[in-house]
Design a protein around this ligand. Structure first.
Ligand SMILES: Nc1ncnc2c1ncn2[C@@H]1O[C@H](COP(=O)(O)OP(=O)(O)O)[C@@H](O)[C@H]1O
Length: 213
């Protein structure tokens, strides 16, 4: 099996993980998870991304969402993630840790999960400067699944299929950053770097669109 091979993501494997999830998260969270998996699969079809991987990433992204703040801090330490993430993040941002711990724990427990699915899970909350198509599909699906309600969601939902995947990711990320500011929440220190990267990429994309027309 190559690292990105999806052949281990059989129907049986996914059904077994879904059953385990019912014991790991609340019914409400499970509903969100199912919504994200279905939305990720739909986005994958629309944007030419591997549908099974997208579904699997959606199904598994909140694997560790059942921990409370102290529990998830301890899990991050137990998985040896404190060095990578830094003690400040572990102490002050428990709400983002589930993404990193899920990717690490799932990778250890289930070698059949492709590396790119684990990567998408790892970056589903904070994102990254080098988001690939699968990463973007999961990030967007997490925000747009049918159970989510927030101010500009209808506008974002309407953009699905009308704009490219990177633009849809950008619009979703923009809104998420805006919400963090509005709610006066702490921001992950990578947020400005990621924002700047995608603003610059967008400007050059728009520039080359203009050159072509
Ligand atoms: N860049 C960021 N910096 C700090 N917190 C963030 C950032 N992005 C998202 N969050 C917060 O992390 C939490 C988990 O978000 P997320 O993983 O997307 O949702 P969920 O796991 O519920 O599907 C939310 O409270 C969200 O506001």
């Amino acid at each position: 099996m190559t690292t990105d091979d999806a052949s281990g993501l059989t129907d049986e494997f996914l059904a077994a993980r879904e059953e385990e999830l019912a014991g790991r998260v609340s019914p409400r969270r499970l509903e969100h998870i199912r919504g994200v998996a279905a939305t990720a699969a739909r986005l994958a079809r629309a944007y030419g991304v591997d549908e099974r991987k997208a579904y699997a990433a959606g199904l598994l992204h909140d694997w560790d969402k059942g921990y409370d703040d102290e529990g998830i801090r301890q899990r991050a330490r137990d998985l040896g993630l404190e060095e990578r993430l830094g003690p400040w993040l572990v102490e002050h941002m428990p709400q983002v840790l589930h993404a990193y711990t899920a990717a690490e724990a799932l990778g250890r427990a289930f070698p059949e999960i492709p590396a790119d699915v684990l990567r998408a899970i790892d970056r589903h909350t904070v994102a990254a400067e080098d988001m690939g198509p699968l990463d973007m599909v999961l990030y967007v699906a997490d925000a747009l699944e049918p159970g989510r309600r927030f101010g500009r969601i209808d506008e974002l939902r309407a953009a699905e299929g009308e704009v490219g995947l990177e633009e849809l990711f950008f619009l979703t990320y923009e809104y998420w950053v805006y919400l963090l500011l509005e709610r006066r929440r702490l921001m992950h220190p990578d947020t400005i770097r990621i924002w700047n990267t995608y603003v610059a990429r967008r400007a050059s994309r728009k520039g080359s669109d203009r050159d072509r027309s």
